[in-house]
Design a protein around this ligand. Structure first.
Ligand code: DP6
Length: 347
């Protein structure tokens, strides 16, 4: 086959229990299990055109474009990802790749785009490899998730609609460190929940997540954190099965704060949240205790606040956002998304 082409659209995800720290052995294996919701409306769309070459390639040959522009700054991470899958992906040995990606949310908005981007890339490459070799993977999603993980750990959870768990836990047999697994045993009312991302800072992060994970290796609180994450998983899964909202809120917020506490307590301490991040959290706490509405916050490794809420109360909650939180957002900006969307192949 001289030319192959494939396009996938893949959502980003937001972790409820955080992946923070990698195992010392293996490649890109998590130190603790994590769980996330896909962000239905914040997606990457990636097309790969693979053109047969007669040259003998010793490493993957690719061009990468984001929103129609070459992005040399993204090349090292993609090159390292392609090196990790080189042995298993014979399509790379005989084809040059033209990778075109775009996000449906503003680039540089401070939203992690790597989960959606590597999710879409994993799907495209697994698909191309199947088509090229003529051999179907036994579990296509698990394979796409496995390779997405090798690009960026959190990306492996974007491959399943709804909730996905990455990392082995005793309570659920199918879970694995190698790829994510769908978690479907939760109360249906969580399907109404949404995420409103309050954009506090649109700039580049001073310390990348990959650098942040590495600091766990010399963090004296690391083992305690992994133990706490195991307990968070147990509490969260129970809360989501039994629709126990106070326990859900408590666990999600504690996880967000622990993530940032680890950054502050590491060998090279740093802070990624900003004064407005704290101001928003305080407003959310105030509003929740006066309104008693089901909402809580979580944070990524950055300054933006994700306001998670039950969509049944959308009107009151978005009123609260507009009236009380917008002044703390950069250029009054926020992005809303439903939770639980699934990746799709675009014909
Ligand atoms: C804070 O997946 O971006 O978002 O595997 O090094 O690419 P790499 O890191 P990445 O880390 C994300 C960490 C997090 C928490 C989470 O999504 O679980």
């Amino acid at each position: 086959m001289n030319k192959l082409e494939i396009t996938y659209k893949c959502p980003s995800n937001i972790a409820l229990v955080k992946y923070w720290g990698k195992k010392a052995e293996g490649i890109q294996l998590p130190a603790n299990a994590s769980i996330s919701f896909t962000l239905t409306d914040l997606c990457a769309t990636t097309t790969i055109q693979a053109t047969k070459t007669n040259e003998i390639l010793t490493e993957a040959a690719f061009i990468f474009e984001l929103d129609g522009k070459l992005k040399p700054s993204f090349e090292p991470k993609i090159a390292s990802f392609l090196r990790r899958i080189w042995n298993d992906y014979s399509v790379l040995h005989t084809h040059r790749l033209y990778i075109k990606s775009s996000n449906n949310f503003p680039h540089g908005a401070g939203i992690a785009s790597s989960a959606a981007g590597f999710g879409a890339l994993g799907l495209c490459l697994a698909h191309l490899q199947q088509e090229f070799s003529g051999n179907a993977f036994t579990d296509f999603n698990a394979e796409a998730s496995r390779i997405a993980r090798l690009g960026s750990g959190s990306a492996c959870r974007s491959l399943y609609g709804g909730l996905a768990i990455w990392g082995e836990i005793q309570e659920i047999l199918e879970t694995s460190d190698e790829h994510a697994t769908a978690f479907t045993q939760y109360h249906h009312e969580f399907n109404r929940w949404k995420d409103c991302v309050l954009l506090v800072d649109e700039g580049e992060k001073s310390v990348s997540s990959t650098q942040g994970h590495a600091q766990l290796d010399n963090n004296m609180y690391a083992q305690a954190r992994y133990q706490a994450a195991r307990l968070s998983m147990q509490k969260l899964l129970k809360a989501m099965q039994g629709n126990n909202i106070p326990q859900f809120i408590n666990t999600v917020e504690s996880e967000a704060l622990q993530l940032h506490a680890m950054m502050m307590a590491g060998p090279m301490p740093y802070i990624l949240f900003k004064p407005n991040t704290v101001a928003i959290i305080e407003k959310i706490w105030e509003f929740r205790s006066s309104s008693l509405l089901p909402l809580c916050f979580t944070l990524d490794a950055g300054a933006n606040v994700h306001l998670l809420y039950d969509g049944a109360h959308e009107k009151e909650i978005l009123n609260f956002v507009e009236n009380q939180l917008l002044p703390y957002c950069s250029k009054n900006k926020y992005l809303c998304s439903a939770l639980g969307g699934t990746p799709t192949q675009i014909k």
